[in-house]
Write a protein of this length. Structure first.
Length: 636
């Protein structure tokens, strides 16, 4: 349930170091022993400011665990208050930094639950009063483990979860998780039960910190010691458990903590507060609440979430019928598409991390560069058949007014949108025919162009960095603007330019970004420096801000900074994949859409973000310092 406040009658602070007996020899080398360059890496997440049930102790947990792990020689990344997208972003960014033999540890303190056989980490935007968000936004432990293990089959992976595992949806069958080799998952409590917390720390975290300071060296045994301590302290009402395929003698660190500030709660609780999802009503009433919240939805995913929570629920049959009806309606409404090009058999590139999210500035560390796909006969055939798909119109760039952005006219044409990469959001690749010519910005909208709108009283003056720091150059891309801000700008531009300006559709954007190619990047299948403003992309590059527009080479259509620089808003509402996407290049919109698509990556990311097919989502009302846009309009 929402996490338990375990208020003890007396707290004893641990101050001194435990005596360290000589280390016994290991029975066999640890997983990473053969690699002298292996590191210890940790991602620590503390979610505290939940809207309906804050957890002050979770932030303390994250801080204390970060200090402890740093003292043990871990390279620690600490993140506080993450929503779903931010959590996935943090996990993906973390795993891309891992070496093949690095020891990896992910720690989470916050609300948790189980649903549909999964243990779910609750992001800030999962709310007990909106049951569908618990299922759709919760991060499954299975996903966390899978991300860590991918590309690192011989490395040690540890997941530590100080959260509840209760089931707000009733008696959902719990599936046992089959762990890959060299993996340990430590749970603060057993399934269908709650995890308590002291005034400063989660009870399990406090016990774990004590165990780390009580052993001569830090091995996987500390999790067993902490579990036994919590079970004894709570008289078995909270019983941590461990799922492990890790060698019992594996050494997390060759030393122990010299000291710890963890609270030693030695007496019984006088009050409780939990780290889980507790519906205010009965499980039966909560199912009715869940159904009432989605019964008029036009999204199949909402009904799928209900079925995950209630596979045998009273509305299960109706939910399945709704899914079938909505999918049939989408299929019948989809225009006939041109034949799809054969999929390339090349190996899938490294999955791309998620984009920046609300109130979170992404880490300025580059993900592992995406390996170049192997060239095959089929790959060449696809590229030759699709290149060029279109060309720019005969005229030079167009400017409708002195303060209007320069536009490049593009002819109608067709191309294959998306990719066969590991990212499901880019699938399926599908043929799109851009039926009408259009014009698109040669560059992203600049600060100078934005300020012209500000001076006219139409737009809001916005600092690109969100503060009053050094003023960037006027020809730098405008950023820190929301999708809603961009709509205000194009409305004003339409008045002063005398043309109907808009954001490009997502299909128009990718058509323009590819520049007539079907390769991974417009310049080929391998990263080549000097073509994009990103961390791995060569000079000129400034880590603190994007370079002025046009500093890097233009693509074959004469468009600059389609890759890197700033993420660019497009017109479309976010959909998790391309199933049912328009085949004619129109915007894919939905009523009351609040999450929009951003494209192209930013200067802060690495090569894997620069791929032409890269796409992510962002709340349309939120400003973020990496988000900007370019404009488009129909040809007239």
């Amino acid at each position: 349930m929402w996490r338990t406040l375990f208020i003890a009658g007396m707290f004893v602070t641990m101050g001194g170091a435990f005596a360290a007996p000589s280390d016994p020899p290991l029975e066999r080398p640890s997983v990473a022993a053969a690699d002298t360059h292996a590191n210890r890496m940790a991602l620590v997440i503390g979610n505290t400011h939940y809207g309906d049930a804050p957890l002050p102790a979770a932030e303390h947990d994250a801080y204390d665990m970060s200090v402890a792990l740093t003292s043990l020689g871990f390279n620690v990344t600490r993140r506080i208050d993450l929503n779903e997208t931010a959590m996935r972003d943090a996990l993906d960014t973390f795993v891309t930094q891992l070496g093949p033999h690095d020891t990896a540890l992910v720690y989470f303190a916050g609300h948790g639950l189980q649903a549909g056989g999964d243990a779910l980490l609750a992001p800030l935007d999962a709310r007990a009063d909106a049951p569908v968000t618990l299922v759709e936004k919760g991060i499954p432990v299975k996903d966390v483990v899978a991300r860590m293990v991918q590309r690192r089959p011989d490395a040690a992976n540890i997941v530590v979860l100080d959260m509840c595992l209760n089931d707000p949806f009733g008696a959902t069958p719990t599936e046992s998780m089959s762990l890959p080799a060299n993996t340990l998952v430590a749970y603060a409590t057993t399934f269908a039960t709650e995890a308590a917390e002291t005034e400063r720390n989660g009870l399990y975290t406090a016990a774990l910190l004590r165990a780390m300071s009580g052993e001569a060296r830090t091995t996987s045994r500390v999790f067993e010691i902490a579990a036994a301590n919590v079970a004894q302290l709570t008289h078995d009402s909270q019983r941590p458990w461990i799922a492990s395929t890790l060698d019992a003698a594996f050494t997390l660190a060759p030393m122990s903590l010299a000291s710890t500030d963890a609270i030693d709660a030695t007496q019984s609780a006088t009050g409780t507060h939990t780290r889980g999802i507790l519906p205010k009503d009965s499980s039966e009433q909560y199912e009715l609440t869940f159904w009432e919240s989605i019964k008029d939805s036009t999204y199949p995913s909402d009904y799928e979430a209900y079925l995950k929570a209630y596979p045998n629920g009273r509305f299960a049959t109706l939910a399945k019928a709704r899914i079938d009806r909505l999918r049939a309606a989408a299929a019948s409404a989809k225009p006939a598409a041109s034949p799809q090009l054969p999929a390339s058999p090349t190996p899938a590139p490294t999955p791309k991390p998620a984009p920046p999210v609300v109130a979170e500035k992404p880490r300025q560390t580059a993900p592992t560069p995406t390996p170049a796909p192997a060239t095959t006969t089929a790959t060449v055939a696809v590229a030759v058949a699709s290149k060029p798909a279109a060309k720019t119109s005969a005229g030079a760039e167009v400017k409708d007014c002195p303060s209007c952005p320069a536009l490049v006219p593009l002819s109608a044409g067709s191309f294959t949108m998306g990719s066969n990469n590991d990212d499901p959001a880019e699938k399926p690749p599908h043929r799109v025919a851009i039926a009408q010519p259009y014009l698109i910005g040669k560059y992203e909208v600049t600060i100078e162009q934005w300020n012209a709108c500000v001076d006219a009283g139409a737009c809001t003056r916005i600092s690109p960095d969100g503060d009053a720091g050094n003023a960037p150059p006027a020809n730098a891309p405008m950023r820190n603007v929301s999708w809603d801000d961009a709509q205000v700008y194009v409305k004003w531009l339409s008045k002063v330019g005398g043309k109907a300006y808009r954001l490009p559709t997502e299909a128009e954007w990718e058509y323009a970004a590819r520049g007539g190619t079907q390769s991974t990047y417009w310049w080929g299948d391998q990263m080549k420096k000097g073509n994009a403003d990103c961390k791995d992309c060569g000079e000129p590059y400034r880590p603190e801000a994007p370079t002025p527009v046009g500093s890097f080479a233009a693509n074959p259509y004469g468009l600059h900074d389609m890759n890197g620089s700033v993420w660019e808003w497009v017109a479309d509402c976010w959909h998790g994949n391309y199933k049912g996407a328009p085949a004619d290049g129109h915007a894919w919109d939905d009523p009351s859409c609040s999450v929009r698509v951003i494209r192209g990556g930013s200067w802060r990311e690495g090569a894997s973000y620069m791929q032409s097919a890269t796409r992510f989502k962002y709340s349309s009302s939120v400003r973020q310092s990496q988000n900007g846009f370019r404009v488009a309009r129909d040809a007239q």
